[in-house]
Design a protein. Structure first.
Length: 55
């Protein structure tokens, strides 16, 4: 196994409008960004990636 840059992943790309990472076939999963806002706790807002599965 060798780590490679996202740009070198075959058939995976970032959508130019949403910046989501997904496979060109539309299958598998995508990685999207979300913003969390809550009304309790020490940290009330944060951003994070989330894996969106088709199943």
């Amino acid at each position: 196994m060798n780590r490679i840059a996202f740009n070198d992943l075959k058939q995976w790309s970032f959508d130019p409008l949403t910046s989501n990472l997904s496979h060109t076939s539309g299958k598998f999963f995508s990685i999207e960004g979300i913003s969390i806002q809550i009304n309790f706790g020490l940290v009330n807002t944060w951003d994070q990636p989330i894996i969106i599965s088709l199943k």
